[in-house]
Design a protein around this ligand. Structure first.
Ligand SMILES: Cc1cc2nc3c(=O)[nH]c(=O)nc-3n(C[C@H](O)[C@H](O)[C@H](O)COP(=O)(O)OP(=O)(O)OC[C@H]3O[C@@H](n4cnc5c(N)ncnc54)[C@H](O)[C@@H]3O)c2cc1C
Length: 387
């Protein structure tokens, strides 16, 4: 595991930083304000080949999670929503790679890598978010496949995805339980209704919608992994490997908030001096930079572990630490940045409150930070009952 970034990774960083500044940053406020899906940004990322970064070469990818993190970080620095376009594509990729059949991988992964296909992952239900085992959507075994009934909420990208990975409890025809599985559901499947998009405080550019399943038939070939419980393991594995990129988005967000803060405090005058000359302000900026750099290093380490082939119990606590620390730092840094802006931070005229609103989302999505802390504590104390 090499410590320094490679020549290729530095090149990716340089390219994405430049594109982010020139093409993404000018769109960021508008995407947030209008809450419209940024198709132009999707096309730009596709044109640059950025979707390929974490995919193994056999599926048309570059096969490097650290490079993926660097790209997400640079985009998240100027526009959370554009960084999210990459992350939302890479989460279902992880699940399919971990649990798909050879046929499913060859059918879906090259399309996800090139951006020809778009995916989404749907676990959360009205009564169960963190507790995935509490889902009540059922997949009743029937001739040649399953009939899904139930509903989901907060499925991000579902309005535009070609397919959605849906978690459901498999049951026999007599209702007896088999276990949780993921199913590959095409968006136009009969019996699937996609509801109205959430009006969100942050992550506004990439819609999240409820899903409703009414006697929706899926063939057996749509099931990911062996029937009964395998799907749950697959989903958890996928969330572990995608955590570094979720975390990288938070590092980028924190860095972006620092960038804006530096510019502001060097131009704002109070008591006849630049506010950046007050020691209290200088120490705030020093803490913001220090915490962000610490989070960055942990995220890069988690990504490097994925690249070195770490999985399961080895990867889980480090990936959880990266996600938890980076998003807590993003929230803290964005909050301090708002303070540095004074009343200007409250005004929509400045972009800083967008960072503040988006930061809160990262503490909640992809496993809340309490759940990440549970994973970390489990790794050192052993698993315990939580109810
Ligand atoms: C912008 C956005 C996009 C999303 N996109 C998706 C998506 O694409 N697909 C999808 O499936 N879901 C998605 N979600 C849902 C998200 O994954 C859930 O909101 C999250 O897992 C938490 O679930 P919950 O909201 O039901 O909270 P709950 O699980 O009800 O938790 C409520 C509170 O209790 C805490 N808590 C729960 N259990 C424990 C415990 N054991 N120990 C300590 N504290 C605990 C939580 O941390 C939280 O603070 C999205 C959410 C948002 C906001």
């Amino acid at each position: 595991m090499s410590y320094a970034l490679t020549e290729d990774q530095l090149r990716i960083q340089d390219l994405v930083r430049r594109v982010a500044k020139e093409k993404v940053a000018p769109r960021a406020d508008e995407i947030d304000r209008t809450a419209q899906y940024p198709q132009d940004m999707f096309d730009l990322l596709r044109q640059l080949g950025l979707f390929t970064l974490p995919f193994p070469p056999e599926y048309g990818g570059v096969g490097n999670m650290l490079s993926a993190c660097i790209a997400v970080e640079e985009l998240g620095r100027v526009c959370y929503n554009t960084g999210y376009l990459l992350v939302v594509q890479w989460v279902p990729f992880g699940a399919i790679l971990a649990g798909g059949t050879k046929e499913q991988k060859h059918r879906l992964l090259p399309g996800l890598a090139s951006g020809e296909l778009r995916g989404a992952l749907s676990l959360t239900e009205p009564q169960s978010g963190s507790d995935v085992s509490g889902i009540t959507t059922t997949a009743t075994a029937t001739s040649g496949g399953y009939r899904l009934n139930g509903s989901k909420i907060w499925c991000t990208n579902s309005h535009i995805a070609d397919f959605i990975l849906v978690a459901a409890k498999c049951v026999k025809e007599d209702g007896s339980p088999i276990g949780i599985n993921l199913f590959i559901v095409k968006r136009d499947t009969k019996g699937l209704t996609i509801g109205r998009k959430e009006d969100k405080m942050g992550a506004r550019g990439i819609p999240s919608c409820p899903l409703f399943f009414e006697q929706m038939f899926v063939p057996e070939a749509a099931r990911l992994g062996p029937e009964g419980g395998g799907g749950f393991k697959v989903a958890m594995e996928a969330l572990n490997t995608s955590r570094p990129i979720v975390a990288a988005r938070a590092v980028g967000l924190a860095q972006g908030a620092i960038d804006h803060s530096i510019q502001f405090i060097q131009n704002r005058v109070a008591f006849k001096q630049k506010i950046s000359d007050f020691q209290g302000i200088r120490w705030m900026i020093a803490d913001m930079v220090m915490q962000t750099e610490a989070a960055r290093q942990l995220v890069y380490r988690a990504a490097a572990m994925v690249d070195a082939g770490a999985t399961g119990k080895e990867l889980a606590p480090v990936a959880a630490m990266a996600k938890c620390l980076a998003s807590d730092v993003a929230m803290k840094v964005a909050t301090d940045a708002m303070q540095l802006f004074g009343a200007a931070g409250i005004s929509a005229e400045y972009p800083i409150n967008r960072y503040f609103r988006d930061a809160k989302v990262v503490q909640i999505v992809e496993g809340t930070n309490q759940i990440q802390r549970n994973i970390i504590a489990d790794s050192v104390l052993g698993r315990t009952l939580r109810n």
